[in-house]
Ligand binder design. Structure first.
Ligand code: PLP
Length: 465
C-alpha cells in the first residue's frame, strides 16, 4: 500500500517533529530528570521505577481518545480498541489479586489514588456521614479525613465528618482498643484502613469487627502495599473489606493512577461506577489504563513475586542496619516496604535530614513520627525500598545505603552545631563547602550509577548539560 505522503500544512509541521526538535527546553529537563533518577538513591516510599513497556503504553496514541462511560456503553464513538484495553485491564486487575469476578468488580478509571478515594466515598456514603481513618501524623493519608484543629484540610473532612484514629504513642502501632472505644461513640458509616507511612501489618479482622459493630462499610486504601498484596507478601484486605482502593504507581510499579475494587453486593457496583463517572470524573485516561494493564500483567509474573519478596527483605535489612548504628526505628522494624526512622533521639528534624540527603542525591521524605507535636518540623523520615529494588539492589546494597544514611546524619549533626540555630536556612549555610558532604555525594552517585536502570537505556543517558 502506498500512502499519500503529501507534506503536512505548514501550521501542522510541528505535529511530526521529535520532542528534542520541537521543545528543547522541556526535552532537556526530562533528560536532566532521567540522569537524576539514574545517578541518585531513590528512597521515597511512594515511588517506584516503572517499566519501559508501561511507559510506552502510557506515551501512546491512546491519549487522543475520549471514552466517557464503560466498555460497551460509551458516550463517544470509535472505542472498539479502547473497550478491549479497558476490559483486559479490568480482567487483569481481578486476576492479579486472585478475585472471583462473580464476587468482585473493579473500576480502573480513577485518575489517581486521591480521586479513587473520593469516588469511593461518593459511592458509599452521604455528605456529613461519619468516617474514621488513620490520622495523618500517625501515618494516614490526607484523603482519609485529615483536618487540624484550625482547618479542614482534605475534601474528605470538608464533605464528611471525620474522627481519626491514631497509633499508640508508646509503640507506634495502631491503638485498636481506642479505635473501638471511639467508634462506639462516633458510630461511623465508613472505617478506612491503609496508610502512607505505616510499617506494620493491618489487623483486618479487628477492623471488620469494629465496622460491623456499627453497620459501617470497611474500606482499605492499599496504595502503598498493593504490589506486596498482589505478590502475597502482605495479608489480604479483600477477605475483610467491602471496597479496596489503590494507586498503581507505588509497590505495584505501574503508571500514576488509581483503581477501585468493590464487592458485588447490594448496588455497590453501580454506585461505584456512577461515582467515578459522571460524579467525580470525565473521560478516562486511556493511555494510563493501557499502562495499568501492562503493569498488572507484570505483577502476575513469578518474577514480580521475587521482586516483592526482595523489597521486604531490603527494607528489613535497612531497618536492621540503622538499628545497629544505634538509631530508633518506629515499631523497631518493618513488615513491608518502608522504614520510619525516628530522629528525635539525635535531636535532628526530619526536614534537616531530608535537606542534607537532597544535597548528596539521596531522596527520601521527612515524616511525622508518633508523638510529634508539630507537623511543620516532623521528627523523622520515611524510607522505602521499592524503587531501588527495581534497580536490583539486594540486602548487602541496603547495608551500604544504611552506611550512607549514617554518614548523612553525622554531617547533619556537625552542621547543626556549626549553624548554632534551629533554622533550616542557617543549616544550609553551615553546609556550604562541606568536604564530607561533597565526598558523600560523589560516592552516592558512583554507587547508584553502578546499578541497572528500569525503563530507559543507560547508554543513551546524557550526563552533561
Ligand atoms: N492513598 C494513599 C495511602 C497514599 O499514600 C497516596 C499517595 O501517596 C494516595 C492515596 C494518593 O494518591 P495520588 O497521589 O495518586 O492521588
Amino acid at each position: 500500500m502506498v500512502y499519500n505522503t503529501k507534506p503536512a500544512d505548514s501550521w501542522n509541521t510541528c505535529l511530526n517533529t521529535t520532542l528534542e526538535q520541537e521543545d528543547k527546553e522541556i526535552y532537556d529537563l526530562i533528560e536532566q530528570e532521567k540522569y537524576r533518577q539514574f545517578s541518585g538513591l531513590e528512597l521515597i516510599a511512594s515511588e517506584n521505577f516503572t517499566s519501559q513497556a508501561v511507559m510506552e503504553a502510557n506515551g501512546s496514541c491512546l491519549t487522543n481518545k475520549y471514552s466517557e462511560g464503560l466498555p460497551g456503553a460509551r458516550y463517544y464513538g470509535g472505542n472498539e480498541y479502547i473497550d478491549e484495553v479497558e476490559n483486559i485491564c479490568r480482567q487483569r486487575a481481578l486476576k492479579a489479586f486472585n478475585l472471583n469476578p462473580e464476587e468482585w468488580g473493579v473500576n480502573v478509571q480513577p485518575y489517581s489514588g486521591s480521586t479513587a478515594n473520593f469516588a469511593a466515598f461518593t459511592a458509599l456514603i452521604q455528605p456529613h456521614d461519619r468516617i474514621m481513618g488513620l490520622d495523618l501524623p500517625s501515618g494516614g493519608h490526607l484523603t482519609h479525613g485529615y483536618q487540624t484543629s484550625k482547618k479542614k484540610i482534605s475534601s474528605s473532612s470538608i464533605y464528611f465528618e471525620s474522627m481519626p484514629y491514631q497509633v499508640d504513642n508508646a509503640t507506634g502501632v495502631i491503638d485498636y482498643d481506642r479505635l473501638e472505644q471511639n467508634a462506639a461513640l462516633f458510630r461511623p458509616k465508613l472505617v478506612i484502613c491503609g496508610a502512607s507511612a505505616y510499617a506494620r501489618e493491618w489487623d483486618y479482622p479487628r477492623f471488620r469487627k469494629i465496622a460491623d459493630q456499627h453497620g459501617a462499610y470497611l474500606m482499605c486504601d492499599m496504595a502503598h502495599i498493593s504490589g506486596l498484596v498482589a505478590a502475597q507478601e502482605a495479608s489480604n484486605p479483600f477477605e475483610y473489606c467491602d471496597i479496596v482502593t489503590t494507586t498503581t504507581h507505588k509497590t505495584l510499579r505501574g503508571p500514576r493512577a488509581g483503581i477501585i475494587f468493590f464487592r458485588k453486593k447490594n448496588d455497590i457496583e453501580s454506585r461505584v461506577n456512577q461515582a467515578v463517572f459522571p460524579s467525580c470524573q470525565g473521560g478516562p485516561h486511556n493511555n494510563t489504563i493501557a499502562g495499568i494493564a501492562v503493569a498488572l500483567k507484570q505483577a502476575g509474573s513469578p518474577e514480580f513475586k521475587q521482586y516483592a519478596k526482595q523489597v521486604r527483605a531490603n527494607a528489613s535489612k535497612l531497618a536492621e542496619t540503622l538499628t545497629n548504628y544505634g538509631y530508633k526505628i518506629v515499631t523497631n522494624g518493618t513488615d513491608n516496604h518502608l522504614v520510619l526512622w525516628d530522629l528525635r533521639p539525635q535531636k535532628l528534624t526530619g526536614s534537616k535530614l531530608e535537606k542534607l540527603c537532597d544535597l548528596c542525591h539521596i531522596t527520601l521524605n521527612k515524616n511525622a513520627v508518633h508523638g510529634d507535636v508539630s507537623a511543620v518540623t516532623p521528627g523523622g523520615v520515611r524510607i522505602g525500598a521499592s524503587a531501588l529494588t527495581s534497580r536490583s539492589f539486594k540486602e548487602d546494597d541496603f547495608v551500604k545505603v544504611g552506611e550512607f544514611l549514617h554518614r548523612a546524619v553525622q554531617i547533619a549533626l556537625a552542621a547543626q552545631e556549626k549553624a548554632g540555630s534551629k533554622l533550616i536556612k542557617d543549616f544550609v549555610v553551615a553546609l556550604e563547602g562541606n568536604d564530607d558532604l561533597k565526598a558523600l555525594h560523589k560516592e552516592v552517585q558512583e554507587f547508584a550509577k553502578s546499578f541497572p536502570m528500569p525503563g530507559f537505556d543507560i547508554e543513551t543517558i546524557k550526563t552533561e548539560f
